[in-house]
Design a protein around this ligand. Structure first.
Ligand code: ATR
Length: 283
């Protein structure tokens, strides 16, 4: 990658904990090479207690922008001086950028990244479809509004802890119709699109939902990514789902949205997704 460690090169990075597994330096390195932008992009493994100090130090040292990942997204929303509307509604920030006046802008590019992957890369329509989101944490908060804006016939959030799903759904009520329920109360007929936004895959598990939600036309998408299908996606395929997609495309697309915010240049994501696909199949 073209990342150089020179003081006159604009500095970027990703803050998380743990973050060693992050592919963001690789992705932004490819974006930088592809677009000819001169920048560095580093990993910052930061404990929650050190988040504010580290990020303050990064920006006062001339840093231009940061991606923010688990568990710091809500802290980054509190840190930013201003939030974009999509970060405001998600109450989580995955991108911090220095504004021309030196203040820090907080944005959330996760939802835009998901929607772009679904529609542009995978050719999956949302308009008029029945869409089910599993999970009611920060990942879900980032994707509800952009999905609602595309006019699904139904958008439902189901969570292991039903109350949490109801609270998240209620908080988006002024944007569009979205309902919240527990796993046992999901409408038991096949959905068009089922998105796994739970953290279950990280622990090697899957959300315990009825196979009735999967039909022969159902597409399943896991916001998690790895070299193997997640337990949720393997299960969905075994239940007869029409398609199963890991979140690699979303990862690249949310990174591209961040890169665009920082540099004003849109990278070619298809080329980068292809590189990651080759890397996955050869590892
Ligand atoms: P994130 O910011 O990644 O969304 P989070 O806010 O901690 O993380 O939320 C994690 C989500 O994954 C929650 O919806 C959680 O369900 P609960 O609210 O019931 O805890 C869900 N989750 C985690 N492990 C799960 C599992 N094994 N099965 C089903 N849901 C799980």
């Amino acid at each position: 990658m073209t990342i150089e460690s020179r003081d006159d090169v604009d500095q970027y990075g990703v803050v998380g904990h743990p973050v060693a597994h992050s592919r963001s330096p690789f992705i932004h390195g490819l974006f930088a090479r592809q677009t000819g932008e001169r920048m560095t992009y580093r990993l910052y493994d930061v404990q929650p207690d050190d988040f504010v100090t580290t990020v303050t130090g990064f920006f006062s040292g001339g840093g231009r922008g940061l991606n923010v990942t688990i568990p710091h997204k809500p802290a980054a929303a509190a840190f930013a001086h201003t939030l974009t509307p999509r970060a405001e509604v998600a109450r989580a920030v995955n991108t911090l950028a220095v504004e021309p006046d030196g203040s820090i802008l907080g944005d959330n590019t996760d939802g835009a990244g998901l929607v772009r992957d679904l529609r542009s890369n995978l050719g999956i329509a949302i308009e008029g479809r029945r869409v089910l989101i599993l999970g009611a944490g920060g990942a879900t908060r980032g994707i509800v509004a952009p999905l609602l804006e595309l006019g699904p016939a139904t958008l439902a959030i189901a969570n292991r802890t039903a109350d949490r799903a109801r609270v998240v759904a209620a908080s988006f009520a002024d944007i569009g119709a979205v309902t919240g329920c527990g796993f046992n109360d999901i409408e038991g007929r096949p959905w068009d699109l089922v998105l796994n936004a739970t953290a279950a895959s990280l622990g090697g598990g899957r959300p315990d939902v009825s196979p009735a939600v999967i039909g022969k036309s159902t597409i399943c998408y896991d916001l998690a990514y790895g070299t193997e299908l997640t337990p949720f996606l393997s299960w969905a395929l075994a239940e007869g789902a029409a398609g199963a997609h890991l979140g690699w495309g979303m990862l690249v697309e949310q990174a591209a949205e961040s890169f665009y915010l920082w540099r004003g240049v849109r990278p070619d994501t298809r080329a980068v997704i292809d590189v990651l696909k080759d890397w996955r199949t050869s590892s």
